[in-house]
Ligand binder design. Structure first.
Ligand SMILES: C[S@@+](CC[C@H](N)C(=O)[O-])C[C@H]1O[C@@H](n2cnc3c(N)ncnc32)[C@H](O)[C@@H]1O
Length: 262
């Protein structure tokens, strides 16, 4: 049994439905992350390179949701130990039931005092990754999050953040948005259900009632449309936090993979 399998045991009643709900989640998220699958692949390429020669790389997925990125990393790096951190009880439960054999899920509000301790890391991290999540924390909180990460990543370790990060220049921002919309149109992504529909349907599912009640309590601090920080502002915060090499390695419209090496 792989070491990661010591983690949460999945409820045997739940895997069937978790497969469907996670599949719907994946499709829904494609609306918001241009070329999402390629973005995951690029993140995995970077992590694979940075962890070359490491026997059991230690990775954390920030704002993991149901573990979409974690699961792809587990496939690419089967010996990696992966901690997925999120505040949403329903998405975490979907992740636990779908990917419990590969990923340890932790319910935590990233940025809250003590959040790093809650991850229960037993050694410095090789990589922190994230997908469509670090646009949420307020700038002051994100500054602290980046500092905290710089403190737990080993020298040469890396933060790899895939997110929609707008160019600062409004003309370029409009063009980046257009490029994303055109990509979505060409790939039929617009036909997928959207965030609101996915959640509305989840609310109609009686099996989710308790998790959704917990979600209402938990989620207020992580709610909102996002911090609106540009890619350049993320880069600046990362340099101030102590990362030495910072910059994008991939971009499609505003969909970006930003890398920061400790
Ligand atoms: C749009 S979803 C993306 C989920 C997943 N990474 C993916 O790509 O499918 C954003 C996730 O970030 C989580 N999140 C946002 N801010 C957070 C915070 N401060 N602490 C923990 N989770 C957070 C939300 O609960 C949500 O699951």
């Amino acid at each position: 049994m792989p070491e990661n399998a010591r983690l949460q045991s999945a409820d045997p009643q739940r895997p069937a439905w978790s497969v469907d709900w996670v599949a719907r989640w994946e499709r829904q998220q494609e609306r918001y992350a241009v070329d999402r699958e390629e973005r995951f692949t690029v993140i995995a390429d970077v992590v694979e390179r940075v962890t070359e020669g490491q026997d059991r790389p230690l990775l954390v997925d920030l704002g993991s949701g149901p573990g979409s990125l974690s699961a792809r990393l587990a496939t690419r790096l089967p010996r990696a130990r992966i901690v997925a951190a999120d505040i949403d009880p329903l998405l975490l439960e979907l992740g636990r039931t779908r990917h419990a054999d590969a990923v340890r899920f932790v319910e935590v509000l990233i940025g809250q005092p003590g959040w790093i301790e809650a991850l229960e890391l037993d050694r410095p991290l090789d990589a922190a990754v994230s997908s469509t999540a670090l646009h949420y924390p307020e700038p002051a909180s994100l500054r602290e999050i980046y500092r905290d990460l710089a403190g737990v990543l080993r020298p040469g370790g890396v933060l790899v953040n895939g997110d929609h990060l707008m160019p600062e220049d409004p003309v370029l921002a409009a063009l980046a948005e257009l490029v994303g919309r055109r990509h979505a149109g060409r790939h039929g992504v617009d036909d997928a259900e959207d965030w609101t529909t996915w959640w509305a349907d989840a609310r109609r599912n009686p099996e989710f009632a308790d998790l959704l009640t917990a979600r209402e309590r938990q989620l207020a601090p992580a709610a909102g449309d996002g911090n609106g920080l540009s890619a350049a502002q993320h880069e600046q915060l990362l340099r101030e936090a102590g990362f030495r090499h910072v910059g994008p390695v991939w971009q499609y419209g505003s969909s970006c993979v930003l890398v920061a090496v400790r």
